[in-house]
Design a protein. Structure first.
Length: 139
């Protein structure tokens, strides 16, 4: 396993096998997986709805997987997101196949803020079966 710090971001609402696959894929890229769980306010702003579970419950569910060495609540202020990333100092940021918020210009924005890391887009895991929106409709 390469000596790399991996950073992932996500909502992880109603944690399901698709999320676990995402975390496992990311973890295989390095020795230390750091997970930043989206804050409730950011989920509302980006997705236009509240998450089914609170940010603390979602972070606790990610911790229980045992895949991450650190599970943090992401920054609440979009203007400090790059300072947050810089403090973590990832070698790689892994994105989910369906993550689109802030990803169009992510590589350029990271360089502009002095963050040097690779960006890797991970593969979906049965996206027609394991998607949070499907689980939300059942709750």
């Amino acid at each position: 396993m390469p000596n790399r710090r991996i950073l992932v971001f996500g909502t992880f609402d109603l944690l399901h096998p698709g999320h676990v696959s995402f975390l496992r894929q990311a973890k295989r890229r390095g020795h230390e997986l750091v997970v930043a769980v989206a804050r409730d306010a950011n989920v509302r702003r980006i997705k236009g709805r509240r998450p089914a579970q609170s940010e603390r419950r979602r972070a606790a569910a990610v911790r229980r997987t045992g895949l991450a060495v650190r599970v943090l609540l992401a920054s609440t202020d979009p203007d400090t997101r790059y300072a947050f990333i810089k403090r973590i100092a990832p070698d790689i940021i892994c994105l989910g196949y369906d993550q689109t918020a802030y990803t169009d210009t992510l590589a350029d924005d990271l360089v502009r803020h002095g963050v040097r890391c690779r960006i890797v887009r991970l593969k979906p895991f049965y996206p027609r079966r394991y998607k949070s929106s499907l689980f939300r409709s059942k709750h």
